[in-house]
Design a protein around this ligand. Structure first.
Ligand SMILES: O=C[C@H](O)COP(=O)(O)O
Length: 265
């Protein structure tokens, strides 16, 4: 499968920002911006990832206005249901119409001690309920400075994708997010992104076969903006972006979604 056969994916992770009223306003403005510019959703799938408390409002808006924007959740429980106070199950997210679930974001790995085994269990939960996990991996600054970023990230990929069949892997999304580039303004160069994304694809070819590697979408995340997105997206093994801060502004995120119109700096 050629790179062009993978539909680019732009996912905006709002993190712990925006109440449900602000969420509706942002999605309306984003949809209007993309419609005004005649965005081609075949050139970039557009996904917003609000906090749990906004999901019902976003669902109502998307369904009511028949928007092409999709939405997902920032996390999911490893448990199916029961006495797990504060947890949200994959079944609940599927019922809200979520298409995607982020698992293993570095902020969950760091602040909530999520291991590859936990991330893997969450990814299986999401897929089991018909949603696509966006499995996050990526190294911290010390690992990068030691020159061990590729090996470190591939070990996370191995652990986080354990137990998936080649056919399942072909439909998954992996997001490579070097932790040192998240929210710092310190964007990895397009070559930095390509180095690790191509290594991930090569690893999947070894472990799950060529078709799985060709189908898997690999995103880059870390200080992506409209001004730098085109250079990153020009790389063969980068199939989209997981965007934090810049996804909170409709114009900026709209520009990222329309990367194909942006100059590659
Ligand atoms: O999930 C998104 C990433 O953490 C990137 O965040 P950022 O675009 O604010 O650097």
């Amino acid at each position: 499968m050629a790179a062009s056969a993978r539909t680019p994916l732009m996912a905006g992770n709002w993190k712990m920002n925006l109440n449900h009223q602000e969420a509706v306003h942002l999605v309306q403005k984003l949809a209007w911006t993309l419609s005004d510019k005649r965005h081609d959703y075949a050139k970039a799938e557009v996904v917003v990832i609000p906090p749990f408390t906004d999901l019902r409002s976003v669902q109502t808006l998307v369904d009511g206005d028949r928007l092409a924007v999709k939405y997902g959740a920032q996390d999911v429980s490893v448990h199916e249901s029961g006495a797990y106070t504060g947890e949200i199950s994959s079944g609940m997210l599927a019922k809200l119409g979520c298409s995607y679930v982020v698992v293993g974001h570095s902020e969950r790995r760091e602040y909530h001690a999520e291991t590859d085994a936990i991330v893997n269990a969450k990814a299986h939960r999401a897929l089991g309920d018909g949603m696509t996990p966006i499995v996050c991996v990526g190294e911290g600054l010390e690992v990068r400075q030691a020159g061990e970023h590729v090996a470190y990230t591939l070990a996370q990929v191995d652990g986080s994708l354990a137990g998936f069949t080649p056919e399942q892997v072909a439909g998954l999304v992996v997001a490579y997010e070097p932790v040192w580039a998240i929210g710092t303004g310190e964007v990895a160069t397009p070559d930095d992104a390509q180095e690790v994304c191509s290594a991930i694809r090569a690893r999947i070819a070894e472990t799950h076969g060529a078709d799985a590697a060709a189908g898997l979408r690999i995103l880059y995340g870390g200080s992506v903006k409209a001004a730098n997105v085109a250079g990153i997206m020009a790389k063969d093994d980068v199939d989209g972006c997981l965007v934090g801060g810049a996804s909170l502004q409709a114009d900026e995120f709209g520009g990222i979604c329309r990367f194909y119109d942006m100059p590659a700096l």
